[in-house]
Ligand binder design. Sequence first.
Ligand code: NAP
Length: 527
Amino acid sequence: MALDIGRRALEREVRAAHVDGRPVPTVAIVGGGLSGLATAIQLARSGVRSFTVLEQSDGVGGTWRDNVYPGAACDVPSHLYSFSFAPKTDWSRRFAEQPEILSYAEQCVQRFHLEPHLRLRTTVQRAEFDEESGAWRLTLAADDGAVETIRADTVVFACGQLNRPFIPDLAGLDTFTGPSWHSARWDHDSDVTGKQVAVIGSGASAIQFVPPVARQCDSLTIFQRSPNYVGPKKDRAYSPSTRRLLNRVRIVEVAYRWWIYWTLEARWLWFRKDSWAGRKLQEMFTKGIQAEVVSERLPEASVVPDYPVGCKRILISNDWYPTLMRTDVTVVDTPVDHIEPDAVVTADGDRHPADVLIFGTGFVTTEFLAHIPITGQGGQTLAEEWRDGARAYLGTAVPGFPNCYFLYGPNTNLGHNSILFMVERQVNLILQALAVQARTSGGTGAPVVGVTTEAYEREDRRTQDLVSRTAWVANCRSWYKNTSGRVTNNWPTWTVRYWRDTLRLRPADLGLIDSSTEAPPAGRPGA
Ligand code: NAP
């Protein structure tokens, strides 16, 4: 949060560069979601003007632009789900809904004058490091099909972990005659009133859109592969006086933000493997569900998970269980076998008639940037480097890919605190690396900053060792793990530790390298 070390370091270098007439590195930011905007804002605040945000859609906001399903809201309190350097102090409620969060992203663009830096409807098709110039070549495709190549000294991939909807390859899906869509591509033109709706999946998105859809449609069937732990959502609209106080007295808002942060941070105790706190929470959940939810219609297997709490994301909702208890809502735990033109057929041969089919089946999460060919030093590709699972130094840098950073990269997702905290920390690290680049620009050859193989391997070993001590490695299926069971997505310990690790750039890990050399050998970059 506070301690703007990276920004101050970069600001200093940018000022000095202006005095000396040296060039300031150009930066291409791929993605106009919240992490892309965080980078853009911090660059602008540091005095860097030479950056461009490349965004494939026609607006900013990323996941909050894509996920417009009914009931979409954040499950992290909004005063912490906003940037410490661009606070919004007048949130309308504790857990803001999608329109208010999207509007916050748009307000950030205005407040920091980012419009001239946005290139919307522009898809990055590939990125290649040019060893001769020490710069990146990005191939861009515009909406109208025009293809162009641009150069940037530095590239920051801010593409998110949850941006490519996953739809299972179900036999007969193409024969379904009714409307069908994924939660992140909501079809607002289709009306579910009076319809028989089938929903596949029961994760974080489904628990938000199922209750409003169930209230509107005739009947709803949820095809569930495994139940989740769902706790109460302590949500409320702020009273006018609370809003005024938070809006006008900065110290109160800051204190509130810190209070939320530490309350959430303490929850890490639930996520440690076999922890006492986790067991107690699980007992509490289980007893509550058994007492209030389990019935003849909703057997224990449908609502009580058979894996430890924390193995998958812990969900919060006040209307999920009441919705499951509705007589016009059915939970089916038998796997889906195939789809027919007007029905979902399960493995036991039962036909479940459906007019509308909605997928709440999540995203392609463990492949990260596999959809963009990225080539680094010596012709190595990121896809090849990540063939056994994505990894990065502090989730941010990979050896052989200099002047290139990943935001919300491998092992930076959280189950217990605000992801924007992690993104801010990553941006701090990147700004410090950019300061090194700016300091040395203007000499012979372009300054090239990269991570050592040694630091990359060391941090990965540490991360995976910590992962082995978390609830995520238990017997559940989750979007955090790749097909070989490696947890590629989550940060496996306190976020305070990440804060410390990203506070100051360690030049022996991430620093200047000689751009004229091939891919760095293990140990030292470019040595
Ligand atoms: P998800 O949590 O991955 O849930 C996907 C659901 O689809 C699960 O119930 C899964 O079952 C099921 N599924 C997947 N493949 C299936 C198949 N082949 N057949 C049957 N069922 C299948 O995805 P999500 O709900 O979109 O949420 C993803 C993440 O987005 C969340 O964890 C969270 O980080 C984020 N999110 C955040 C918020 C927020 O409030 N901040 C809201 C929504 C989403 P299994 O569980 O058995 O795998």
